[in-house]
Every structure is written in structure tokens, then in C-alpha cells.
Design a protein around this ligand. Structure first.
Ligand code: NAI
Ligand code: MG
Length: 505
């Protein structure tokens, strides 16, 4: 039996060197020491071994970073640059990331436990595309001219217009599930709009954000425009949220932390966008094409090991096809090859940490205790790695924790239904509202579900597809505001109106 730990000797020279390097904070265009003396260990989740370390940044570091971002914004180094100049720099940044794609992908795979193909696609390639997409927006941000009547001033003439101005300093806090991808979702719209940014990456996965900071310097982004402070949420993250020099918080993570951040930001009248948890339903109708549906729904839950905010963690299948769909997904689940992400035959790596493994297994155990049947999986692999087998639970009831709470692991809860009205009622019976999918051949059913799901994104005959140009955001406890597309531009700008009184000569 081969080891479940990564073989780090398979890494390229640059990746190995980067793990060994001494990492510092990126503030004001330079790598600087943290005020903290005790570092934060970086762990390979296949082995539990430390592979690197980064500074455990503190409030003092955040203060320095915010001041650098403030100076770059207020002094105009970035917002006053022409849009075409910002665009050119962003395109350079995209080219540099593309050039170092293998290194970024390898570092991300070792640190986050996801296979190289996944980190390459979602952390690196999509980020390159998003930087280019947002670079294009830099030259397309504008207000409108508006015919103003001002009827209560007889005979008067006014010219009215709006301007879209950059919001200012963005405080960005990201999670560990798609580490570089999430960081670029924050950095790219900030750069395109002329904002400056302080990024606090997740404590589990700080490496690619720091490596990206090197490219920021190389691409010629003016100093202070992008700053990266590593550290834990309760210290560096909390300091960023309450810092008076930050104009907006852009947060992705758990609903509990997001709610607290929203409360704190509101007290200071800071803008905020929150991308939070989910418990997304996948509804399979009896007329669905099962050849597409069964593998599609398996990807819907097991992609990224279920560590995915829009994971399709609740499955609802119509009576007639229930057995076939659930057993088909269970078969796929038991065939997925778990192993180290650097090995070429691995299909699924470990969860992010042993802490996450325990959390997921606690949920599985609670499901068992409340009467659910473990159809397949339901065990963690022995050894120091954070491996959990893909799991399908049946005989679940709406009141169970495994049906109501976000597990953030490869665990599917399957339920049957009779009528589509029952299905949509059960699908919407959750505090979350991030994504939802329906699987059907009927255009009428598809449209009916699109209208009746309570969710930020609805998919038909697919699940979890995202695109750079399509806004992404949640309703209910899944968040506020949107990322991606033009919405991201709007969320990084404010609208100013201007009136000019005119007199004919
Ligand atoms: P978390 O929400 O605590 O962490 C996300 C980010 O927030 C990290 O950068 C963290 O350092 C920061 N953070 C934590 N506490 C903070 C605070 N008081 N002030 C400012 N920033 C703070 O998530 P965690 O603990 O890593 O994961 C726990 C559960 O949260 C997961 O099992 C999953 O259910 C959910 N989660 C959901 C995510 C999503 O994309 N929807 C992403 C990450 C976690
Ligand atoms: Mg936490």
C-alpha cells in the first residue's frame, strides 16, 4: 500500500525553494518583518507535517498595512493613474501568474490538499482569466448623464450626471478552500476600480497569497496598493475589520464569522460584502437524463472534497428514480481514489486539516445517532492525514444537523419526494440560500424551479458552475452582495451625482 503522504521530492525546484524560504509580510511594496515573534506553522494535510511557516501578523502589522494602502489611495498613486495604465499593469500581473502557473499550482496543492488539476484550474488558470477580465473593466467604469427637469425651479436648466468613484481601501479576508482563487476574486476588482487593498488570507493557506505579492511587485503595481498580512482571524482578521482606515470589508468564510463582521462593519458605516456558507439542494426529477445527472450530482457534492460554499450537500430525488440515482452516486463515491494530491492517480486528496476531519466526522456521527443510514463512506482513513471517504447518507429527516448545517466535507444527505411542490418546499427549508440545481428535461419545470428556488444562483442540469462575468452571491444566511462580473465593479465603487446649473448665453 502506498503512503498517503505527499512525496515532496516530486515538487519542482522553485516550489521546494519557496516552501523553505523565510516568509514575511508584504506591506507598502516591500517584504517586512511582523511585529509578532511567534510564527504560524503551515501544514501539509496529507501528513500533518509542517512544511513552511509565515508570520502570525498582529494588529500592529494590520495598522501598518492599512496606512500604506491609505497612502496609496489618498495620495492618488493608484486611483489617479489612467485606466489604461491600470489595465496594462493588471495584464502584466496575469502574464506573470501564467508564467509561474506550475509553481503556484504545486504550492497550493501541497498546502490545501487538492489535486494539481484542481489547483491549476481554479486557483491559477481562472485567476489569470479573472485578472484579464477585470483589467478590461478598468477602462469601462463610468457614470451616466441624466436629463434633470427640476420642476420646482421654473425656467431653470440643469445638467446632471453620475460618476463612479473607487471606494477606497478594501479589507479582504479569505478562506482556505480555494486559497489563491479567492484572493484574486478580491484583488482583481479592487485593482480595476482604483481601490487599494489589504488581504488577510486564511491561516491554513497563506503561501500563494504571499508568492503572488512577489508578482505584484514585479508587475509594477505601485507600493501600498496591494498588501498581504498573514495571521489568524481573531487577531489580524479582527484588526482589519475594525480598523478605521478601511472603507469596505470583503469577506468569504463561515456564516457565524461573517455575521459578526457585518455587525462590526455596520457600526463604523463601513461597506461590506459577505460570501458565506451554504447547504445547496440538488433536485432530480423523474424525467432527468440520468446519464448526465448521476455523475453531475456526484461532482456537485464531491468537487473540492465537499469543501465548497455551493456544494450540493442535500439531494432530493423523485420517487420513481430515487433508487437508481442514489445508488449511482453511491457507486461513484466508493470508486473515488483517495490519495496524496501530488500523485498522478489521485482523484481526491485530504480535507484541509485534522480539525476539519474531526468536524466532518462529528457531523457523520451525529447523523448516525439521529437515525440516518450511512449508505457508503462515513469513515476517516487511519493515519496522520486528514482523509475522509466520500459519504452518502439516506433516511435523513429535515430536523437533522446533517440536513440543516454546513458540513464542508464530502457528505451528501439524500431524500425522496413525490411532487415538485414538496421538492421545492424541502429545498428551500434551510437558513442558507447560495446555490440550487434542478435536473430535468422539461423546460417548464426548469423555469418553474429557477423562479421558485430561494437561492443566489440556480443551475439546470449542472451544479456549481461559476463564470468570471456572471455575478455570484447568496440570499438569506449565505451572504450579502455579489462577487464577479459587473456587480463586483459596483461593489468597489460609489456613485456620486453632480448637478450643473446652466444658462443659455
Ligand atoms: P472562518 O470563517 O473562521 O475563516 C474564514 C476566514 O475568516 C479566515 O481568513 C479566518 O482567519 C477569518 N476569520 C476568522 N475569525 C475571524 C474574526 N473574528 N474576524 C475576522 N476574520 C476572521 O472559517 P473556518 O473556521 O476556517 O471554517 C469553519 C467552517 O466555516 C467550515 O467548516 C465551513 O463550514 C465554513 N466555511 C465556509 C466557507 C465558504 O466559502 N462558505 C469558507 C470557509 C469556511
Ligand atoms: Mg473559524
Amino acid at each position: 500500500m502506498h503512503s498517503l503522504a505527499n512525496d515532496l521530492s516530486s515538487l519542482s525546484r522553485p516550489s521546494r525553494d519557496y516552501l523553505k524560504a523565510r516568509h514575511r509580510l508584504f506591506i507598502g511594496g516591500r517584504f517586512v518583518d511582523s511585529a509578532a515573534t511567534k510564527p504560524l506553522p503551515v501544514i501539509d494535510p496529507t501528513s500533518g507535517e509542517q512544511i513552511s511557516q509565515v508570520p502570525a501578523g498582529e494588529a500592529e502589522d494590520v495598522d501598518r498595512a492599512v496606512k500604506a494602502a491609505r497612502a496609496a489611495f489618498d495620495g492618488g498613486a493608484w486611483p489617479k493613474l489612467s485606466a489604461t495604465a491600470r489595465e496594462r499593469i493588471m495584464l502584466r500581473l496575469a502574464d506573470l501568474l501564467e508564467k509561474h502557473a506550475d509553481e503556484f499550482s504545486q504550492i497550493e496543492s501541497v498546502n490545501s490538499g487538492r489535486v494539481l488539476a484542481a489547483t491549476r484550474a481554479f486557483d491559477v488558470d481562472l485567476s489569470v482569466d479573472y485578472l484579464r477580465y477585470m483589467a478590461g473593466w478598468a477602462t469601462k467604469i463610468h457614470g451616466e448623464t441624466i436629463p434633470a427637469s427640476v420642476p420646482y425651479v421654473p425656467g431653470a436648466k440643469f445638467f446632471a450626471m453620475t460618476l463612479r468613484e473607487p471606494l477606497g481601501v478594501i479589507g479582504a479576508i479569505t478562506p482556505w478552500n480555494v486559497p489563491l482563487g479567492q484572493a484574486i476574486w478580491k484583488i482583481a476588482p479592487a485593482l480595476a476600480t482604483g481601490c487599494t487593498i489589504v488581504l488577510k488570507p486564511a491561516e491554513q493557506t497563506p503561501l500563494t497569497a504571499l508568492r503572488f505579492a512577489e508578482l505584484v511587485a514585479e508587475a509594477g503595481v505601485p507600493e501600498g496598493v496591494v498588501n498581504v498580512v498573514t495571521g489568524i482571524g481573531e487577531a489580524a482578521g479582527a484588526a482589519l475589520v475594525t480598523h478605521p482606515g478601511v472603507d469596505k470589508i470583503s469577506f468569504t468564510g463561515s456564516t457565524d464569522v461573517g455575521r459578526r463582521i457585518g455587525e462590526l462593519a455596520a457600526k463604523q458605516m463601513k461597506r461590506f460584502t459577505l460570501e458565506l456558507g451554504g447547504k445547496s439542494p440538488m433536485v432530480v426529477l423523474e424525467d432527468a437524463d440520468l446519464e448526465v445527472t448521476i455523475p453531475g450530482a456526484a461532482i456537485g457534492i464531491f468537487a473540492n472534497h465537499g469543501q465548497n460554499c455551493c456544494a450540493g450537500s442535500r439531494l432530493f430525488v423523485q420517487d420513481n428514480v430515487y433508487e437508481e440515482v442514489v445508488s449511482g452516486i453511491a457507486q461513484i463515491a466508493s470508486s473515488i481514489r483517495l490519495g496524496p494530491p501530488l500523485a498522478s492517480d489521485t482523484q481526491m486528496g485530504p480535507l484541509i486539516s485534522n480539525e476539519q476531519k474531526r468536524r466532518v466526522m462529528d457531523y457523520v456521527d451525529s447523523g448516525r445517532a439521529e437515525g440516518a443510514t450511512v449508505l457508503v463512506g462515513g469513515v476517516a482513513l487511519e493515519g496522520p492525514g486528514a482523509y475522509v471517504q466520500p459519504t452518502v447518507l439516506t433516511d435523513v429527516r429535515p430536523s437533522m444537523r446533517v440536513v440543516q448545517e454546513e458540513i464542508f466535507g464530502p457528505v451528501l444527505a439524500a431524500t425522496r419526494f413525490g411532487s415538485v411542490h414538496d421538492a421545492v418546499k424541502m429545498a428551500n427549508d434551510t437558513k442558507f440560500g447560495l446555490g440550487a440545481s434542478v435536473w430535468t428535461r422539461s423546460i417548464d419545470q426548469a423555469h418553474w424551479f429557477i423562479r421558485n428556488f430561494n437561492a443566489g444562483t440556480v443551475w439546470v442540469n449542472t451544479h456549481t458552475v461559476l463564470d468570471l462575468a456572471v455575478p455570484f452571491g447568496g440570499v438569506k444566511q449565505s451572504g450579502m452582495g455579489h462577487e464577479l462580473g459587473e456587480e463586483a465593479i459596483k461593489h468597489h465603487t460609489h456613485l456620486k451625482a453632480a448637478f450643473i446649473s446652466l444658462r443659455d448665453p
